[in-house]
Design a protein around this ligand. Structure first.
Ligand SMILES: [Zn+2]
Length: 238
């Protein structure tokens, strides 16, 4: 009876996280769409806003380029390139300026040596490595358990879950980095003169919605971790 309960729990445990992630994603798209139709009163494009923000912050060595895709905007610390997506680059909408300013916020974090960004960069590879160990270790653990080598099986099973847990802990560093970039973006948009105080409220709605996607991803990761713990407990008890 307990087994059945655990199996059902494993199946449904991810559901609230997936629903939350879908709702958050829908809200981001909705907020972006709403403020995509509201143009900034000064008619400044997202690219120009980035240039103004970076110049104001004394950052002069960042290249701004246009890339394909929808909301694929990013800042690359390794080559100091700020990439803006096609729907953002030449747009004068409040959504586009908000997204572009957020990426400029990352460029300023990089130039200032903002510690959480450095930390995210440093542990990024380690985090990917830890989460990539999950399945190989789980599979080895299951094979060993099937061969009645339970003690070794347990070591590999819990090892896999442990490494995945570490990856989840490492991913926490994303939250302060993203929140700080958005906070900088809103201040810089006003200080650079790209948006006025009223317009920047729209940019805040877009960036607040986008920030929740990182929270949703973290929630899904934590629920997945719980699922793997339950799966290991089930494998061991069999
Ligand atoms: Zn970001």
């Amino acid at each position: 009876m307990e087994f059945y309960f655990m199996y059902i729990l494993m199946g449904i445990i991810l559901l609230p996280g997936l629903i939350y992630a879908s709702v958050v994603s829908a809200k981001v798209n909705s907020a972006f769409k709403t403020y995509s139709s509201v143009c900034s009163s000064k008619g400044i494009t997202a690219k120009q806003a980035c240039e103004m923000i970076l110049r104001n912050a004394g950052v002069n060595d960042v290249k701004i380029v246009e890339i394909n895709g929808h909301l694929t905007d990013n800042y690359n610390t390794s080559n100091k390139t700020l990439s803006l997506s096609q729907s953002v680059y030449n747009s004068t909408s409040i959504s586009a300026l908000g997204v572009a300013a957020h990426e400029a916020g990352h460029a300023i974090q990089h130039a200032e040596g903002y510690a959480p960004l450095k930390m995210r960069h440093a542990i990024g590879t380690l985090s990917n490595f830890c989460s990539s160990l999950l399945w190989p270790l789980l599979i080895i653990g299951i094979v060993l358990s099937c061969l009645s080598m339970f003690e070794w099986g347990d070591i590999f099973l819990w090892g896999g879950v442990g490494f995945f847990g570490l990856a989840v802990i490492f991913s926490l560093i994303t939250l302060p980095v993203e929140t700080n970039a958005s906070k900088r973006a809103l201040t810089c948009l006003v200080n650079s003169g790209a948006l006025d105080q009223t317009e920047v409220r729209g940019a805040k709605v877009v960036l607040d919605a986008a920030a929740k996607t990182y929270v949703a991803a973290l929630v899904v990761s934590i629920l997945n971790l719980i699922r793997f713990v339950l799966a290991v407990l089930l494998t061991r008890d069999r």
